[in-house]
Design a protein around this ligand. Structure first.
Ligand code: HEC
Length: 115
């Protein structure tokens, strides 16, 4: 997720040259990752404090409905990004807003502080 968002973000910030084909591939892969079945991604019992290095909050499991909604928000934003990324740089930049919001919203509620 971070890798493909980084490719899109780099283009949005002008750090790398806009390339419609690469941007579409990054958005397609981001969307695929956002569509992963979450059951294998966040294993219950791996919250911060229980496993070294983890920043997962226990709310991932105690509020699994909210967490799934947050993951779904990224799936939706990244789906819109596929078309935006291939259109032009302005569309890509606009799409980044919704993607970034989906990342931030979930991190705010379900990711703990730095270890
Ligand atoms: C549905 C919730 C959710 C969404 C959406 C989400 N994240 Fe996260 N992310 C997490 C959680 C929870 C952790 C902490 C996982 C852990 O430490 O076990 C995390 C950790 C990370 C990390 C740190 C990884 C590491 O090795 O410690 C990065 C980078 C990251 N997210 C990037 C992103 C980006 C970029 C997006 C949006 C494109 C995003 N995330 C969307 C929940 C989410």
């Amino acid at each position: 997720i971070a890798y493909h968002t980084g490719i899109l973000g780099g283009m949005a910030k002008g750090e790398t040259e806009y390339n419609a084909e690469m941007a579409t591939a990054a958005a397609t892969n981001l969307h695929a990752a956002a569509g992963f079945e979450p059951g294998t991604l966040w294993l219950e019992g791996t919250e911060q404090g229980a496993v070294e290095g983890s920043r997962a909050k226990a709310e991932i499991w105690s509020d699994s409905e909210g967490f799934n909604d947050a993951f779904m928000a990224l799936e939706t934003a990244s789906a819109d990004m596929i078309e935006a990324a291939g259109t032009d740089l302005d569309a890509l930049k606009a799409g980044m807003g919704a993607v970034g919001k989906a990342c931030g919203a979930c991190h705010d509620d379900y990711r703990g502080p730095k270890n």
